[in-house]
Design a protein around this ligand. Structure first.
Ligand code: IMP
Length: 423
């Protein structure tokens, strides 16, 4: 089977962008299948550092087709700016295809996202990226969204945009917030539409033709399992299916074509935004992880919440995603620690359980029960094979794999391409 899927197994920010860049050595096409520019995939190549928000991470290897699939919500102005920046840095953007069935994000979605976040009571805040993701997916489900295909039809796009913007302005008026200048916004949208129109395609056809031709395809997930709209810590989630099944609907690929599912798993845990996080550390160790791991959001710059590896949550995640190969990232961030903890069970209302609970209010009560392992207290940044890892690092990785019942295939020990090796 020629299609591989790569997903985040935690709350996002597992280092997927780097992994995709490494895996695309042997790939012909990379397909994003959900989310939008809430994602921020960081890739470091040589002295250059790139942060991608919508463009698939295959863009760094010449000749790889980069597909933005139907499952995405796409801010046209943001996509245009990202493509212009990449082109300006010498990358070939002619390989990008934008699905005619993707949904478009406009300024009114972003305003609505911000209003909801700022006007709701504290405990109802999601901590969104304010990129309009939730409102755009809500319009899609409500069947009032505007799709990528309209970018090729400016008069039709203008009509739809003005109607929708006027409807949103009515809501803004009622909420007592500033209305949108529809004429000015339209000019921005029009310029983006003109720029993007040549890239709009029925990507379901391109993807399936590539499958038929025996090309190797990698579906690139954004965010992570616990932000999935169905399986995550609802309501503290994003608005798309971030799990492996999302690749079928979000790219138009039949399940029978899916082979390997890569699960990217950080050697500890982080989360951005609100919501339960049982292994979160509020002490000096949490701060050390944040600093050593550079745990600040690639999209919003927010400091990430940091904690120990949670095997209860991660085992459930590997199960839902059907992970066949694990890529463990940021092992080097643990290098200095004298001891490392792994959460193996939760204690909830006095009872111990190894089962993940999917209910946010119950998870909020979960106390992590830890197993403590000795650290290795030396640098792994230069290690390039399993046997050269310190013994305690090997023990830690083996224990992680055992607890989540999956096999480790790749280990990453730093942000650079070359700081990666197969097991
Ligand atoms: P939204 O996707 O902007 O609606 O945000 C919903 C939740 O998902 C918030 O907790 C965000 O912090 C989180 N989120 C969205 N995108 C990412 C990401 O790429 N990495 C980590 N968290 C994310």
């Amino acid at each position: 089977m020629s299609v591989e899927v790569l997903v985040g197994t935690q709350w996002g920010d597992e280092g997927k962008g780097k992994l995709i860049d490494v895996l695309t050595r042997d790939i012909d096409m990379v397909v994003r299948f959900q989310g939008g520019n809430n994602a921020g995939h960081t890739v470091e190549i040589g002295k250059e550092k790139y942060v991608l928000h919508l463009v698939p991470s295959g863009i760094f290897r010449p000749g790889i087709a980069c597909v933005i699939g139907n499952g995405l919500v796409v801010d046209p102005v943001s996509l245009m700016e990202e493509m212009q920046e990449l082109a300006g840095r010498g990358l070939d953007i002619s390989v990008i295809e934008l699905s005619s069935k993707s949904q478009l994000i406009f300024q009114y979605h972003k305003e609505m996202d911000t209003i909801r976040e700022t006007q709701c009571p504290g405990d109802k805040k999601i901590g969104t990226t304010k990129r309009g993701i939730g409102p755009a997916y809500a319009d899609k489900a409500g069947r009032i969204g505007i799709r990528g295909s309209e970018l090729t039809n400016p008069p039709g796009l203008e009509k739809l945009f003005r109607e929708q913007a006027a409807a949103y302005n009515k809501l803004f008026r009622e909420a007592g917030v500033r209305e949108l200048n529809i004429d000015a916004e339209w000019l921005r949208v029009k310029a983006a539409a003109e720029y993007l129109a040549p890239f709009v395609k029925d990507t379901v056809l391109s993807v399936n033709r590539a499958i038929k031709a025996g090309k190797r395809i990698l579906c690139e997930g954004a965010q992570g399992m616990w932000l999935d709209i169905d399986h995550g810590t609802y309501p503290y989630v994003t608005s798309s299916n971030t799990t492996a099944g999302g690749a079928c609907t979000g790219a138009g690929i039949a399940p029978r074509h899916i082979g390997t599912v890569w699960g990217v798993m950080k050697a500890y845990t982080t989360r951005v935004g609100e919501g339960p996080f049982p292994t979160e550390l509020f002490d000096q160790t949490g701060e050390e992880l944040r600093q050593a791991g550079g745990e600040f959001g690639a999209t919003t710059g927010r400091p990430r919440r940091c904690g120990w590896f949670d095997a209860v949550a991660s085992a459930y995640s590997c199960m839902v995603n059907g992970v066949s190969k694990l890529a463990v990232t940021k092992l080097d961030v643990l290098d200095e620690l004298s001891e490392i903890k792994i959460c193996t069970t939760y204690e909830i209302d006095g009872k111990t359980t190894a089962d993940m609970t999917v209910s946010a209010h119950v998870l909020a009560k979960a106390k992590p029960v830890y197993e403590t392992m000795p650290g290795w207290e030396c640098s792994t940044a230069e290690v390039r094979k399993w046997d050269d890892l310190p013994e305690n690092a090997r023990k830690y990785l083996k224990r992680m794999a055992e607890l989540v019942d999956s096999e480790i295939a790749i280990i990453s020990v730093g942000p650079k391409r070359e700081q990666t090796f197969s097991v």
